[in-house]
Design a protein around this ligand. Structure first.
Ligand SMILES: [Cu+2]
Length: 484
């Protein structure tokens, strides 16, 4: 589980099936999605919630709702959008701009979330977008954040927050905290309020108020532009009544917190469970520099340390020449690890001037070899003017500090937040720590689907011999799928 085509398995051929058996751990809010050929941008995703036996913060809510926000594209990603994005027609690498926002599959003003009389509601918000980062708020209600990705946190109160692609945020609301001053005196008491998502429009490389994509098919005699504002209705009861106050009404500050949305990593929230003295010191170092630029065919691509990850399975046109340890459709990295654990062609860590610690090395195709049990500090340096959400398969890592919050390293020492997505600020950096105790082949990539297509990924090859020592054998059913 938590695999990806090319890394842990072959793609499941049409009209074939494959059974995943997995231990439901770690618990918390997650999601499943296709990791092949932009399928998730076309809608192949859903929530995956694993409940804890003892759920922290359970006393704060009576019921829960899932809100899965995503970008909607009028065109099919696989056949149209990604082809245009990675073409000479798009030398600047402008990402496909969404046509609309959907939450739980519904367009703006068509989703009704019913409290059915409950006063205390937990929302699990999942950003399943291909591109967009969103801010989230509910009119007149403070949001008490209690889980980030799959890490429970002590209730942390904000009026709004930003959620980047693949991140999950749980918060509970108490309807008794609703700020009545939001409703003008001359209108009846409201029985419902607006839930608001807003796409963070400054992340788009174009002006969305006037942008028409060159690949767009005109559907109407007039242009339609992307609207970054999304409204859903939270009904206090089980009706579909609309709020009585005007839709443009901005929420007022009732929680006494800052009105700026929280930054995407929400480092100020503190882990629910004490982990003092349990965060090990780093034994290894790895610096990954993020760049964008044209390749030799003048197609705009993304790079980690100068390497654009060439998974043939993600874009068939982009093959890498070196056939030793290559992410492919036919021999997943995991199988290669099992077949030749000591001969993968990736150098071991070495001492360099870059760090007092041994530095993790890679082959020329973006495969990095992690010794089993290594504690690796990874510095992600972003030279791009966009913010990027990086996700690690197979791992929760500690977020130590970011360029927006450099003091976090000292401030939260011994109690860093564990997440599986970290948002790297524009032209900034983040430092994370990863304990390499889960042998296998794990992708580490920007979760903006277009950037993944452009090669903003690496594979962490962790402990090939430990994998075998733990009894890993290539599953015959998986081998069978690879032979098709
Ligand atoms: Cu990105």
């Amino acid at each position: 589980m938590d695999g990806a085509v090319g890394a842990t398995q072959c793609p499941i051929p049409p009209n074939t099936e494959m059974t995943y058996k997995f231990k439901a751990s770690p618990a918390g809010t997650s999601w499943y999605h296709g990791h092949f050929l932009d399928q998730y941008a076309d809608g192949l995703f859903g929530p995956l919630i694993i409940h804890r036996r003892v759920e922290p913060n359970k006393e704060h809510y009576d019921t829960e709702r899932i809100l899965m926000v995503s970008d909607w594209y009028n065109d099919v990603a696989r056949t149209k959008l990604s082809r245009w994005y990675l073409s000479t027609n798009n030398p600047e690498g402008i990402e496909p701009i969404p046509d609309a926002i959907i939450v739980n599959g519904k367009f703006s003003q068509s989703l009704f979330v019913k409290a059915n009389g409950a006063k205390h509601i937990r929302f699990r918000i999942i950003n399943a977008a291909a591109f967009s980062m969103y801010s989230f708020s509910i009119d007149g209600l403070p949001l008490h954040i209690i889980e980030l990705d799959q890490t429970p946190v002590k209730p942390y109160t904000v009026s709004s927050f930003v959620i980047n692609v693949a991140q999950r945020v749980s918060c509970y609301v108490n309807l008794d905290e609703f700020d009545q001053s939001l409703v003008p005196a001359e209108v009846p008491k409201t029985k419902s309020i607006y839930i608001r998502f807003r796409a963070m429009a400054d992340m788009y490389p174009v002006d969305i108020r006037s942008y028409i994509a060159p690949y767009a098919t005109p559907r109407y005699p007039y242009p339609i532009f992307f609207n970054p504002f999304y409204l859903a209705v939270l009904s206090f009861d089980s009706s579909n009544s609309l709020p009585t106050y005007p839709v443009h009404q901005e929420r007022t500050e009732s929680s006494g917190t800052d009105s700026d949305p929280e930054d995407t990593n929400i480092l100020g929230a503190r882990p629910f469970y004490r982990t003092n003295n349990r965060i090990p010191d780093a034994t290894h170092f790895l610096k990954l520099v993020i760049t964008f630029g044209p390749d030799s065919n003048n197609i705009n691509r993304a790079y980690f340390n100068g390497v654009s990850y060439g998974s043939a399975s993600n874009h068939g046109s982009h093959q890498v020449s070196n056939t030793k340890c290559v992410t492919s459709n036919k021999i997943p990295l995991l199988h290669q690890m099992a077949m030749r654990p000591n001969n993968l062609g990736i150098p071991s860590p070495i001492m360099t001037n870059a760090s007092r610690l041994p530095v993790i090395q890679s082959d020329r195709n973006g495969h990095y070899l992690f010794p089993f049990g290594a504690v690796v500090d990874i510095l992600l340096q972003n030279t791009d003017e966009g913010e990027h959400p990086f996700h690690s398969h197979g791992y929760n890592f500690w977020i130590i500090s970011t360029s927006e919050n450099p003091q976090a390293e000292n401030l939260y020492r011994g109690a860093y937040l564990q997440r599986d997505v970290v948002s790297v600020p524009a032209n900034g950096w983040v430092k994370i720590r990863l304990l390499a105790n889960n042998p296998g082949a794990w992708l580490f990539h920007c979760h903006i689907e277009w950037h993944m297509d452009a090669g903003l990924a690496a594979a962490f090859i962790v402990g090939p011999n430990a994998l075998l020592a733990q009894g890993y054998k290539i599953n015959p059913a998986h081998k069978h799928i690879c032979s098709k």
